[in-house]
Write a protein that binds this ligand. Structure first.
Ligand code: 5RP
Length: 227
């Protein structure tokens, strides 16, 4: 039987369900990626119906989509404390540790999630695993690339510069930096790895998030909320 837990419908179901947390007067962090796009479109639909919110985007892509959806926008400078942040993820473990950054936006995504009273992650069922085991994206100052590679190797990882954004050469983040993907195999202690990565000079931000309050896991016929 075909497994539909990773389908567009599953993603949409998770995103729309998480939007039920959003109420009038809230400042809302707008994550990045295909799952979050469903949330932005749903919030736009509700704004058209009179929902009174401001959104703070985590990337140029989410900003553009929010503008298209007529969501009033603000910035962290104007609005430093957000009520809720809704964002996608690449993988989530059973303790709600999260890997993000598949869309190269994890630096702003982390800043926005840490500026929010509530952080809701939206994924399809294929992304939920017992233990994290996929590559960890890191954003790196180009000047620091070799040092970061050496330090990552010292932590038992192997990193490669991400390419393939439709142009030749490295993928460049919205902040003008390289994105590297680090393979650590199975990540048994995500918080400890996050701590170690945060110590590396020139590593701007890593994609391990340990601050999710809720994870909405979408399937084609239901949504499960983990907390
Ligand atoms: C961007 C992210 C995305 O939220 C993550 O990659 C999931 O994207 P998608 O919903 O398209 O699978 O972290 O940096």
């Amino acid at each position: 039987m075909k497994d539909h837990s990773g389908s567009d419908l599953a993603r949409k179901n998770a995103a729309v369900k998480a939007c039920e947390l959003v109420e009038d007067g809230m400042a809302v962090g707008l994550g990045t990626g295909s799952t979050t796009a469903y949330a932005i479109r749903e919030l736009g639909r509700r704004v058209d119906e009179g929902l009174d919110i401001v959104g703070v985007p985590t990337s140029y892509a989410s900003e553009a989509l929010a503008i298209e959806c007529n969501i009033p926008l603000s910035t962290l400078a104007e609005c430093p404390e957000l009520d809720i942040d809704i964002d996608g993820a690449d993988q989530v473990d059973s303790s709600l540790n999260v890997i993000k950054g598949g869309g190269a936006a994890h630096t702003k995504e982390k800043i926005v999630s840490c500026s929010s009273k509530m952080f809701a992650v939206v994924i399809d069922g294929n992304k939920l695993k017992d233990v994290l085991n996929r590559g960890v994206p890191i954003e790196v100052l180009p000047y620091a690339r070799r040092l970061v590679e050496k330090k990552i190797a010292g932590l038992g990882g192997k990193c490669t510069v991400r390419t393939g954004s439709g142009k030749d050469g490295p993928t460049i983040s919205d902040n003008g930096n390289f994105i590297m993907d680090c393979d650590f195999g199975v990540i048994n202690k995500p918080a400890a790895l996050a701590e170690a990565l945060a110590q590396i000079p020139g590593l701007v931000e890593h994609g391990i998030f340990t601050n999710a309050d809720f994870v909405y896991v979408g399937y084609e016929d239901r949504v499960e909320r983990l907390e």
